[in-house]
Ligand binder design. Sequence first.
Ligand SMILES: Nc1ncnc2c1ncn2[C@@H]1O[C@H](COP(=O)(O)OP(=O)(O)O)[C@@H](O)[C@H]1O
Ligand SMILES: [Mg+2]
Length: 378
Amino acid sequence: MSIQKSQIEAALGTVMEPDLGRDLMTLGMVENIAVDEAGNVSFTVVLTTPACPMKEKIKNSCIDAIKAAVPEVGSIDVNMTSKVTSSCSHHGAHGGHGNHDGHGNHGAHGGHGAPQKIDLPNVKNIIAVASGKGGVGKSTVSLNLAVSLAASGAKVGLIDADLYGPSIPTMVGLQNVKPEVQNQKLMPIEKFGVKMMSIGFLVDPETALIWRGPMASSAMRQLITDVDWQELDYLIFDLPPGTGDIQLTLVQNLAISGAVIVTTPQEVALADVAKAVTMFRKVGVPILGLVENMSWYELPDGSRDYIFGRQGGEKFAKINALAFLGSIPISSSMREGGDVGTPAIIASPDAPTSVAASRVAGEIARQISILNANCSMN
Ligand SMILES: Nc1ncnc2c1ncn2[C@@H]1O[C@H](COP(=O)(O)OP(=O)(O)O)[C@@H](O)[C@H]1O
Ligand SMILES: [Mg+2]
């Protein structure tokens, strides 16, 4: 007796997506099921991100479920692909989160009525990377996140919005590059598979230094809206450090999918990270979680020196009901990556810090997928 397609569907209907809590068939994640006369089966699983940390696990669960339900099955060919889901923060979508009417009276826009929330319809998810203060590795994390997601196959953009100390141009070895203008749009600079735009490509640091509130805010707006981003799965937004007016205006007026907060272990003793958490919660931007950078220094014998204290980030995350997205140790490859112009993830992908940074990237993509699934189910 030949195997029926319905038997395969039934078997895959028992495979749960570990994060989304529903089975693959209900979630519509299985396509192109085919069974031939010899009982060989093939199908495609469409994940919600190419950076899915559960990829292998889901694939194996599919194979196991089919073998259990249909023991006479021949070969099983699972094609794993992905289609990144879109954020509910886009206009017109009504997610379970977000305070979409809480803006309109801040900074440069006072007196003009409620400004339009900046939305980029072709950008599926905008991820803001923030920190309580500078120097914690926010730009390093942003860049390695962008490069890692791009390496997994996603379409990725990166904005460096640090007016007073743009660092992405140096970190990718493009100090003297000027973006082209086409059809009145700035063309992003592409490197390491990532489309980048930095305030550092546009003005010299001395000019940016004298900008205040309104000027700074409008420059920031241009980095987002006047750039020809085309279609992106993820736009990583390396916010200026801190939680001042410029940051608040930005996170209020931009359709951000979720925020990632970067800290070092000792910094959480200070009130700075708490301020960033408060800022995002106040404007209704979901916080994807906390990344702890410079968690320890790995000694040549493999032991760890917890220079800045131990697990401060993880404890802080727990107390504040935030997801902990992972720890990235201190390494010379990470520091050199920044100085030499090749991100550590590319220059030394197998170094423990690079592996940790890739894992963090997968975790962030995963949290975005969960967020998008939850609000589309509501
Ligand atoms: N995990 C790490 N290991 C070693 N050096 C790091 C690490 N993270 C960041 N750095 C270095 O620390 C400095 C500050 O990092 P940066 O990403 O520019 O911080 P921020 O954007 O928060 O100001 C840079 O010189 C960078 O290369
Ligand atoms: Mg920075």
